[in-house]
Design a protein. Structure first.
Length: 183
Protein backbone atom coordinates (compact mmCIF):
# COMPACT_ATOMS: atom_id res chain seq x y z
CA UNK A 1 0.00 0.00 0.00
CA UNK A 2 1.32 3.43 -0.82
CA UNK A 3 0.84 5.99 1.89
CA UNK A 4 0.06 9.58 0.92
CA UNK A 5 3.07 11.85 1.23
CA UNK A 6 3.10 15.65 1.17
CA UNK A 7 4.50 16.91 -2.14
CA UNK A 8 7.78 18.80 -2.20
CA UNK A 9 7.52 22.52 -2.90
CA UNK A 10 8.64 23.44 -6.41
CA UNK A 11 10.70 26.13 -8.13
CA UNK A 12 8.41 28.47 -10.06
CA UNK A 13 9.43 29.47 -13.58
CA UNK A 14 7.68 31.69 -16.11
CA UNK A 15 8.74 31.52 -19.73
CA UNK A 16 8.31 34.74 -21.69
CA UNK A 17 7.79 34.47 -25.42
CA UNK A 18 7.79 37.85 -27.14
CA UNK A 19 9.09 40.00 -29.94
CA UNK A 20 9.73 43.23 -28.03
CA UNK A 21 12.47 42.67 -25.47
CA UNK A 22 11.75 46.14 -24.08
CA UNK A 23 8.61 44.69 -22.42
CA UNK A 24 10.63 42.45 -20.11
CA UNK A 25 11.15 44.96 -17.26
CA UNK A 26 7.40 45.73 -17.10
CA UNK A 27 6.42 42.08 -17.34
CA UNK A 28 9.01 41.12 -14.73
CA UNK A 29 7.67 43.78 -12.36
CA UNK A 30 4.10 42.55 -12.85
CA UNK A 31 5.18 38.96 -12.23
CA UNK A 32 7.23 39.93 -9.16
CA UNK A 33 4.19 41.74 -7.74
CA UNK A 34 2.31 38.43 -7.93
CA UNK A 35 5.00 35.82 -7.19
CA UNK A 36 7.85 37.55 -5.35
CA UNK A 37 11.44 38.21 -6.29
CA UNK A 38 13.10 36.80 -9.38
CA UNK A 39 16.38 35.09 -8.56
CA UNK A 40 17.48 33.75 -11.95
CA UNK A 41 17.01 34.86 -15.56
CA UNK A 42 17.87 32.76 -18.58
CA UNK A 43 19.70 34.07 -21.59
CA UNK A 44 17.59 34.84 -24.64
CA UNK A 45 16.72 31.79 -26.70
CA UNK A 46 15.73 32.33 -30.35
CA UNK A 47 12.28 30.91 -31.07
CA UNK A 48 12.55 29.44 -34.56
CA UNK A 49 10.48 26.30 -34.24
CA UNK A 50 7.05 27.33 -35.46
CA UNK A 51 5.21 30.25 -37.05
CA UNK A 52 2.16 29.53 -34.85
CA UNK A 53 2.50 32.76 -32.84
CA UNK A 54 3.63 35.01 -35.71
CA UNK A 55 0.19 36.28 -36.82
CA UNK A 56 -0.61 37.38 -33.29
CA UNK A 57 2.77 38.46 -31.95
CA UNK A 58 4.95 39.18 -34.98
CA UNK A 59 8.50 38.01 -35.64
CA UNK A 60 11.21 37.28 -34.70
CA UNK A 61 10.20 35.85 -31.35
CA UNK A 62 12.49 35.03 -28.48
CA UNK A 63 12.12 33.14 -25.23
CA UNK A 64 13.48 34.05 -21.82
CA UNK A 65 12.75 32.24 -18.57
CA UNK A 66 12.33 33.98 -15.22
CA UNK A 67 12.87 31.89 -12.10
CA UNK A 68 11.37 32.95 -8.79
CA UNK A 69 13.03 32.85 -5.40
CA UNK A 70 10.14 31.60 -3.31
CA UNK A 71 9.22 27.94 -3.62
CA UNK A 72 5.59 27.21 -4.44
CA UNK A 73 3.21 24.41 -3.59
CA UNK A 74 2.61 22.30 -6.68
CA UNK A 75 -1.16 22.61 -6.41
CA UNK A 76 -0.84 26.39 -6.94
CA UNK A 77 0.06 25.94 -10.62
CA UNK A 78 -3.52 26.28 -11.93
CA UNK A 79 -4.03 29.57 -10.06
CA UNK A 80 -0.62 30.81 -11.26
CA UNK A 81 -1.58 30.06 -14.89
CA UNK A 82 -4.80 32.07 -14.50
CA UNK A 83 -2.75 34.95 -13.08
CA UNK A 84 -0.28 34.88 -15.99
CA UNK A 85 -3.21 34.79 -18.44
CA UNK A 86 -4.54 37.95 -16.79
CA UNK A 87 -1.12 39.64 -17.11
CA UNK A 88 -0.93 38.62 -20.79
CA UNK A 89 -4.33 40.23 -21.36
CA UNK A 90 -3.17 43.47 -19.69
CA UNK A 91 -0.35 43.78 -22.23
CA UNK A 92 -2.44 42.88 -25.29
CA UNK A 93 -2.81 45.49 -28.04
CA UNK A 94 -5.77 45.49 -30.42
CA UNK A 95 -6.78 42.05 -29.15
CA UNK A 96 -3.36 40.53 -29.81
CA UNK A 97 -0.95 39.38 -27.15
CA UNK A 98 2.46 40.98 -27.03
CA UNK A 99 3.76 38.28 -24.70
CA UNK A 100 2.98 34.65 -24.10
CA UNK A 101 3.64 33.71 -20.46
CA UNK A 102 4.26 30.04 -19.71
CA UNK A 103 4.30 29.28 -15.99
CA UNK A 104 5.69 26.01 -14.78
CA UNK A 105 7.65 24.44 -12.02
CA UNK A 106 10.81 22.48 -11.61
CA UNK A 107 11.43 19.59 -9.25
CA UNK A 108 14.43 17.30 -9.02
CA UNK A 109 12.68 14.69 -11.16
CA UNK A 110 10.67 16.74 -13.68
CA UNK A 111 9.79 20.05 -15.28
CA UNK A 112 6.08 20.82 -15.73
CA UNK A 113 4.31 23.59 -17.66
CA UNK A 114 0.72 24.77 -17.24
CA UNK A 115 -1.67 25.05 -20.18
CA UNK A 116 -5.33 25.62 -20.87
CA UNK A 117 -5.27 23.03 -23.66
CA UNK A 118 -6.10 19.38 -23.07
CA UNK A 119 -4.15 16.62 -24.79
CA UNK A 120 -3.41 12.93 -24.24
CA UNK A 121 -0.38 13.44 -21.98
CA UNK A 122 -1.76 16.36 -19.97
CA UNK A 123 -3.33 15.94 -16.55
CA UNK A 124 -6.21 18.13 -15.41
CA UNK A 125 -5.26 20.10 -12.28
CA UNK A 126 -8.38 22.22 -11.81
CA UNK A 127 -9.72 25.62 -12.86
CA UNK A 128 -9.70 24.55 -16.55
CA UNK A 129 -5.90 24.14 -16.46
CA UNK A 130 -3.75 21.11 -17.32
CA UNK A 131 -0.24 20.13 -16.29
CA UNK A 132 2.09 19.25 -19.16
CA UNK A 133 4.95 16.92 -18.19
CA UNK A 134 7.56 18.68 -20.33
CA UNK A 135 10.92 17.21 -19.26
CA UNK A 136 12.05 14.36 -17.01
CA UNK A 137 15.35 14.16 -15.16
CA UNK A 138 17.36 11.01 -15.90
CA UNK A 139 21.05 10.18 -15.84
CA UNK A 140 22.19 13.68 -14.94
CA UNK A 141 20.08 15.68 -17.38
CA UNK A 142 16.58 16.83 -18.20
CA UNK A 143 15.33 14.80 -21.13
CA UNK A 144 12.70 15.69 -23.67
CA UNK A 145 9.65 13.54 -24.25
CA UNK A 146 7.95 12.94 -27.61
CA UNK A 147 5.56 15.85 -26.98
CA UNK A 148 8.03 18.33 -25.45
CA UNK A 149 7.87 21.75 -27.09
CA UNK A 150 11.00 22.14 -29.26
CA UNK A 151 12.19 25.27 -27.47
CA UNK A 152 12.11 23.44 -24.13
CA UNK A 153 13.78 20.39 -25.68
CA UNK A 154 16.66 22.57 -26.92
CA UNK A 155 20.02 21.74 -25.37
CA UNK A 156 20.68 25.30 -24.17
CA UNK A 157 17.30 25.45 -22.40
CA UNK A 158 17.92 22.11 -20.71
CA UNK A 159 21.39 23.25 -19.59
CA UNK A 160 19.84 26.38 -18.09
CA UNK A 161 17.29 24.24 -16.25
CA UNK A 162 20.14 22.21 -14.75
CA UNK A 163 21.38 25.45 -13.18
CA UNK A 164 17.87 26.10 -11.90
CA UNK A 165 17.89 22.59 -10.44
CA UNK A 166 21.06 23.39 -8.48
CA UNK A 167 19.46 26.57 -7.11
CA UNK A 168 16.31 24.60 -6.31
CA UNK A 169 18.37 22.18 -4.25
CA UNK A 170 19.83 25.00 -2.15
CA UNK A 171 16.39 26.60 -1.74
CA UNK A 172 14.81 23.27 -0.79
CA UNK A 173 17.49 22.69 1.85
CA UNK A 174 16.79 26.12 3.36
CA UNK A 175 13.03 25.45 3.25
CA UNK A 176 13.42 22.09 5.02
CA UNK A 177 15.75 23.61 7.62
CA UNK A 178 13.18 26.31 8.35
CA UNK A 179 10.54 23.62 8.88
CA UNK A 180 12.80 21.78 11.32
CA UNK A 181 13.34 25.02 13.22
CA UNK A 182 9.60 25.68 13.23
CA UNK A 183 9.84 28.96 11.35
Amino acid sequence: MSLPQPPQPAKLTVGLLLKEQSLVPELAAALEAEFGDIDMVSPWFPFEYTKYYAPEMGQPLQRRVLVFEELIQQQALARIKLTTNRIEACYARDGKRQANLDPGYLLYERFVLATGKNYTHRIYIGEQIYADLTLIYQQGEYRALPWTYPDYADTQMRLFLLKVRQKYGADLNRYQASLRLGQ
